[in-house]
Design a protein around this ligand. Structure first.
Ligand code: PFF
Length: 447
């Protein structure tokens, strides 16, 4: 059977489409706001460069050499047959769990695309009320949007790597880049820009707590899509003779660039109209719409453009989140693509419904376990627990388990003089940093 592969540019767009998501435009600005700005951004950038870059190359290498689903890749690349390392491949399930909360949030963005055409909220109180009632009372609307996301994502993935995923990214990535850049250019002309710049790039070290350190590291993973076999699954369909290092650098540059541009644009708008950057998860759904209201007619246009960008970013990441499981079901259980996509889609659809109920007024208490509701658990377990563990597994696998010569034969020429540094980082810096994050998480270590 002939396997459809990405084109070179198709792969870069798809990997960047996976990386650039709600994490960049929704999450990054609000966690930067919550964690005091500059110092947090600094830690995030260092982590992206030191840990993210090292791991993305390692993850791409596993996919590129293995050429199959994540479980099979770990199995065939381990030096001994029947190695337990195949269990490392099960980190591919993380994406489906992320989709449990990611799909409802994409649904919110679709709702806000439509709201752009109606009256925008004239005060933070009104915006807060309407957003809260939307997510906690208006269950049917949320279920409707979640269903749309399910149908869309499943249909795209059913069409495969070339006809579905690559095509979607060819359309939505330019939309995203053009819309975000247009808003950024407008932001550049406003007075609030210099305040936004200072907030993001002038570090106030006193604001950096141990909790924000861990958040920054966790977010670096989440935003780059490393540590959960997404990039690995995509790179299994790379054309022969691809340059993994160059691809990683482009994806990281796009992901980081778009996060910084989105952050600067948002904070400029917020400062310009007297809103605060520390509003938490409601930043783009509560504070921003009131800013759009202040802008008058232009605000409706900006609101539309912004939420289209956000939805596009979310959808290109969503397809990448379910693809590892789809590939696994096809490779290991001989499912047809249709059956594999439908079963993966149904998984996140059903649990996504539970997540929606868990943030509702009516059913919330029934679906709250300990300190968090089901929705927040899905977020916490994936972004804070599974991604660092996935990253740790990969760094140990490529750094210690795979044969040194095989790793070198693929990467030495591409990395040149940086190769020893990369290998050192993979064997020592990355695992130690991740181990510290994990220990801190389970409470064994208080940073
Ligand atoms: N990187 C995406 C974002 O920033 O929204 C989310 C994501 C996609 C995480 C794919 C992990 C992943 F494998």
């Amino acid at each position: 059977m002939k396997i459809a592969r990405f084109s070179r540019i198709g792969f870069i767009l798809a990997a960047a489409g996976s990386a650039v998501g709600l994490g960049n435009i929704w999450k990054f600005p609000y966690i930067t706001g919550e964690n005091g700005g500059g110092a947090f951004v600094f830690v995030y950038l260092i982590t992206v460069l030191m840990i993210g870059f090292t791991l993305m190359i390692a993850e791409m290498l596993i996919g590129y050499m293995g050429r199959r689903d994540s479980v099979t890749n770990f199995e065939t690349l381990a030096p001994r047959q029947k190695s337990r390392w195949k269990y490392g491949g099960y980190i591919g399930i993380t994406g489906l769990i992320i989709m449990i909360f990611y799909s409802p949030v994409i649904g919110w963005t679709l709702h806000f695309v439509l709201l752009s055409f109606s009256s925008l909220p004239s005060s933070v109180e009104i915006a807060q009320k309407s957003f809260t009632s939307f997510i906690s009372i208006d269950l049917w609307s949320q279920i409707f949007y979640h269903t749309l996301v399910f149908i869309f994502v499943t249909t795209v993935v059913t069409r495969g790597i070339k006809g579905g995923i690559e095509k979607l990214n060819f359309i939505l990535m330019p939309v995203l880049i053009v819309t975000i850049s247009a808003m950024f250019l407008y932001a550049l002309s406003l007075n609030g820009f210099s305040q936004a710049w200072d907030f993001m790039f002038a570090p106030d070290w006193s604001k950096l707590t141990s909790a924000s350190l861990v958040t920054a590291v966790g977010h670096a993973f989440f935003t780059l899509s490393v540590g959960m076999a997404t990039i690995m699954t995509y790179s299994a369909s790379l054309p022969k003779e691809s340059n993994l290092v160059r691809s990683s650098l482009i994806v990281i540059a796009l992901d980081t660039g778009i996060a910084l541009i989105a952050g600067l644009t948002l904070f400029t708008f917020l400062y310009e109209y007297g809103a605060t950057p520390s509003a938490g998860p409601g930043l783009v759904f509560i504070s921003l719409p009131t800013v759009f209201y202040e802008m008058g007619f232009l605000g409706h246009l900006f609101s539309f453009v912004f939420f289209v960008a956000l939805a596009s970013a979310g959808l290109t990441s969503a397809v990448s989140l379910i693809e590892p499981m789809v590939q696994y079901l096809i490779d290991r259980f001989s499912y047809s693509r249709l059956k594999a996509s439908l079963s993966s889609g149904l998984f996140f659809y059903v649990f996504g419904l539970v997540a929606i109920l868990s943030i509702s007024e009516e059913y919330g208490s029934m679906l709250t376990f300990g300190s968090k509701n089901f929705f927040d658990w899905a977020d916490f377990i994936t972004a804070s627990v599974m991604l660092p563990i996935g990253g740790l597994i990969m760094s140990i696998f490529v750094g210690y388990v795979m044969e040194k010569e095989r790793v070198a034969s693929h990467l030495k020429a591409q990395l040149g003089a940086v190769y020893p540094l990369w290998y050192f980082s993979l064997r020592y810096i990355v695992p130690v940093a991740l181990f510290v994050v994990i220990l801190n998480l389970v409470g064994l270590l208080k940073l």
